[in-house]
Design a protein around this ligand. Sequence first.
Ligand SMILES: Cc1cn([C@H]2C[C@H](O)[C@@H](COP(=O)(O)OP(=O)(O)OP(=O)(O)O)O2)c(=O)[nH]c1=O
Length: 198
Amino acid sequence: MANRDPALTPPTLVLASASPRRRELLARLGLPFTVRPAGLEETLAPGRSPAEQAEHLARAKAQAVWRETGGWVVAADTVVALEDAVLGKPRTPEENRAFLERLSGRAHTVYTGLALYTPGGEGRSLVEAARVWFRDLEPWEVDWYVRSGEGMDKAGGYGIQEKGMVLVRRVEGDFYTVVGLPVHRLWTLLKEVGYPLA
Ligand SMILES: Cc1cn([C@H]2C[C@H](O)[C@@H](COP(=O)(O)OP(=O)(O)OP(=O)(O)O)O2)c(=O)[nH]c1=O
């Protein structure tokens, strides 16, 4: 699709998310978009794997907003899985501390589900995984991070893109999947469904 009319403005995407990180990442692509959080109650379904859960929630958010707005709707959901446990957003600083103590010195998997609805109501979704290794954290480092408050609105109780960068020693997979929006997968999905990227 190299010879598109340069005067053609791509249609506005609707980002079905209240996450400032997703907003910032999407903004970096330079595509026009508006923000409309889905306001869904994010309930964990016991029978679903963490990967299925992330994809299902992303799809549910995109679908809910598409029903309200139509158009091109994008949504995502991030889940942190430590062996059999799923760590959501900590409800209290104490819970944030407990999450970090569990993550310390170990590897976990971050799953981010991504969903796209087209103006015609076609829903596409996928899930991307990244593996993250935490350093061995000293008790004072856990205190320092919990005190910063940064982890409170984030799955797993940390943000790799902010102060949490010093907690992590290695990432295998897409960095942006850990932050909450696998941007390269979104790009490819948009290409696949014929959204005019350029
Ligand atoms: C692991 C990790 C998560 N996060 C964030 C991304 C998401 O905002 C949040 C996971 O919660 P989500 O429920 O996926 O998203 P949200 O409730 O913040 O926003 P919305 O549902 O409206 O889209 O955790 C980081 O910012 N950095 C990280 O390193």
